[in-house]
Ligand binder design. Structure first.
Ligand SMILES: Cc1cc2nc3c(=O)[nH]c(=O)nc-3n(C[C@H](O)[C@H](O)[C@H](O)COP(=O)(O)OP(=O)(O)OC[C@H]3O[C@@H](n4cnc5c(N)ncnc54)[C@H](O)[C@@H]3O)c2cc1C
Length: 369
């Protein structure tokens, strides 16, 4: 969806009310990069509706987060005063947020919201449809955008194996609940107002939240074999340089040691080494992992466009001139058949963590003799 045309003022239709945005967080409870996307889309919609933008959060925002949220035009942050699990446990078919919903006839003035936006991460996928049922609102899953056209919401979403785009037109006179596909808004959007002195004051509220928040249930770590690439915090991806059974087995062993998802470049999918759902790049998935290990991948622009700001990128490649090294925090230059097993051993010795010397920070190169 184009970013132009989203900056305009209030569209036709009744103005007022609130657009709610649920702030996605990672396992460490830091705001996830997808927060910028839901704020971008939710903020544009709120301006068109002449509505206020309200953000909902598990923990209260830090001071820096609050300034950033004000820059997005958020007028109020309502936090639940506690961390919420990224994989919520829903009890009795009720959404985790059900305890927040007022019971008729005691509706406050800004209830119900005009629209509620979640990121289509695991939390959003579980919570949004249940909340939609609780609000008696239509639900659009995995939308690439939500805007307003006259008196109607317009949500677009890929369908039929992503070969077609479905456009859902919904009466804007009643609330709608949407999950937004991570990456759909494009390159990391930035807040429209960034100077602190031009941002309006931000109201911070803590809600008297009585929900179970799934906190009492034991959380099993996700299975890398079935985890969505978009949710993966660690990815080991391989390309043409690793196209042999021996090398792919080495890649899988490294991924197992790291608890990472195995993915690959387009040739890896085209040539049958991986299912297409595990392809990263322009015509594949867009990922935002903390750790990305690229094994035998050259780092072509069409691949790298799908790899968004990993905290640590380790490149294993025998060509010192390969473009992947320009993106890497650590370049291991040499034959992957030597380097991958060596790295796997170091990870195993470190109990599954990438050795500290390999994590983030300055760019480093190491070569095999
Ligand atoms: C419209 C369009 C869309 C595209 N979409 C995508 C997309 O979504 N995703 C994507 O990935 N690509 C996409 N491509 C293709 C893209 O341009 C590149 O061709 C592709 O990413 C290259 O894949 P690769 O890195 O696996 O292979 P290569 O470019 O062939 O790189 C292989 C690398 O392995 C290294 N190597 C070889 N042997 C060893 C060894 N023994 N040890 C260590 N290193 C070794 C080589 O030095 C080389 O750098 C698209 C192209 C087009 C035109």
């Amino acid at each position: 969806m184009s970013r132009q045309g989203k900056q305009g003022g209030a569209d036709a239709g009744a103005s007022g009310g609130e657009v709610w945005v649920w702030l996605p967080r990672g396992r460490d409870q830091e705001l996830a990069p997808a927060a910028a996307e839901v704020l971008y889309e939710g903020g544009a919609l709120a301006r068109r509706l002449g509505a206020a933008l309200a953000a909902y959060s598990g923990p209260a925002p830090t001071e820096a987060d609050a300034r950033w949220l004000a820059g997005w035009g958020v007028s109020v942050v309502r936090s639940l005063g506690r961390d919420l699990p990224p994989h919520p446990v829903c009890l009795g078919g009720r959404s985790l947020l059900a305890p927040l919903l007022p019971v008729p006839p005691n509706f406050p003035p800004n209830f119900p919201p005009r629209a509620v936006l979640f990121s289509a991460d695991t939390f959003g996928k579980v919570t949004a449809p249940l909340l939609a049922a609780e609000l008696d609102a239509p639900y659009v899953a995995g939308a690439s955008g939500l805007t307003l056209d006259g008196g109607r919401f317009v949500a677009s979403r890929a369908t039929l194996g992503e070969r077609f785009e479905a456009v859902c037109r919904l009466d804007a006179g009643r609330p709608v609940v949407v999950t937004l596909l991570p990456g759909a808004v494009g390159e990391s959007p930035r807040p429209p107002r960034i100077a602190a002195d031009t941002t309006p004051p931000l109201q911070l509220e803590t809600l008297p939240f009585t929900g179970a928040a799934g906190g009492t249930a034991p959380l099993l770590p996700p299975d890398p074999a079935t985890l969505d690439l978009a949710d993966a915090e660690r990815i080991v991806a391989f390309g043409r340089g690793a196209f042999s059974e021996e090398a792919v087995n080495m890649v899988r062993a490294l991924a197992r040691a790291l608890g990472a998802v195995v993915a690959g470049s387009r040739p890896a999918a085209d040539e049958g080494w991986l299912p297409f759902s595990r392809q990263i790049g322009l015509t594949g998935a867009i990922v935002r992992p903390k750790l990305y290990v690229a094994v035998g991948i050259s780092g072509a622009p069409y691949h790298m466009v799908g790899v968004k700001e990993p905290e640590t990128l380790i490149a294993i490649n025998n060509d010192p001139e390969a473009p992947i090294h320009a993106h890497a925090h650590l370049s291991l230059i040499g034959d992957l058949r030597q380097l991958v097993p060596a790295l796997t051993r170091r990870v195993e010795q470190a109990g599954g963590a990438p050795p500290a010397a390999l994590a983030g920070g300055d760019r480093t190169q190491a070569r095999t003799p």
